[in-house]
Design a protein around this ligand. Structure first.
Ligand SMILES: C[S@@+](CC[C@H](N)C(=O)[O-])C[C@H]1O[C@@H](n2cnc3c(N)ncnc32)[C@H](O)[C@@H]1O
Length: 236
């Protein structure tokens, strides 16, 4: 069965791509050649210093058992979403949003007709879904790409649409230990190519959570000498 390409008629037909994506990440997501260059499993793995599979599996495991209605906020190169869709129980469904239409088309191609998956062009900072719609929400390496104000809004939206008792699973950068060679080598690369990413080296994700929403940290793990983290929150 073909997956649904959903469109909320109350929203403009095509939402504008935010300025930070056009200015900072045009080469990775927006340029017509971006998908041709980056949609390679070995390359996403290399960008994460060989840790893609480990982080992907840890994030998927944190959502297990994959049942109910799930939300993935933003597409990802590689096989994260296809694995997530393949691991869903029969009564589960997955919605995936992204702001760049070409990323949605690319994911639609990768899903290759899998059922139970709906794709939406939405801004993570203003999802447009009802409160408490989802049993689980996944944010895989999105927050470090966003300016602080957008990151706060994205987290607020992720919590708003996740039902009480549901998990919000976040995989992203984290400050490595000072003995880690990449502490010195990778910092200038991130500063140049991903200017908002070092925010996640400086502060905990909890700093950007909205006030007044009850949330519990179920687990927090770091990977690869602390360069990556997996944070699992539960909406209370
Ligand atoms: C989730 S991150 C994943 C990065 C990761 N390095 C990868 O391998 O794909 C990248 C995606 O986030 C999307 N994105 C960035 N800002 C967004 C926003 N405000 N709303 C929705 N999607 C957004 C981009 O269009 C892109 O497809």
């Amino acid at each position: 069965m073909k997956q649904e390409l959903a469109q909320d008629l109350s929203l403009p037909r095509v939402l504008a791509v935010p300025r930070y994506l056009q200015e900072v990440y045009w080469w990775a997501y927006v340029h017509p050649n971006a998908i041709r260059v980056f949609e390679r499993q070995w390359l996403v793995n290399a960008i994460l210093w060989g840790n893609f599979s480990r982080l992907r599996d840890a994030a998927l495991h944190a959502l297990t058992p994959v049942q109910g209605r799930l939300l993935q906020i933003a597409c990802v190169y590689g096989d994260l979403t296809t694995r997530l869709a393949d691991g869903m129980s029969k009564d589960a469904s997955l919605d995936v949003v992204d702001i760049v239409p070409a990323q949605i088309s690319n994911l639609q191609r990768k899903l290759d007709g899998r059922s139970g998956v709906a794709l939406f062009q939405r801004d993570s900072a203003s999802l447009g879904f009802a409160d408490n719609s989802y049993a689980g929400t996944l944010l895989f390496f999105l927050l470090h790409e966003q300016p602080e104000a957008v990151r706060r809004q994205t987290l607020a939206e992720a919590l708003r649409v996740t039902a009480p008792g549901g998990r919000i699973v976040i995989a992203d950068y984290h400050c490595p230990s000072r003995w880690h060679p990449l502490y010195y080598l990778f910092r200038p690369v991130l500063a140049l190519l991903e200017p908002y990413a070092l925010d996640l080296w400086r502060r905990d994700i909890s700093n950007w959570l909205p006030e007044g929403v009850k949330v519990r940290v179920e687990s927090h793990r770091t990977f690869f000498g602390g360069l990556y983290q997996l944070l699992v929150l539960v909406r209370e």
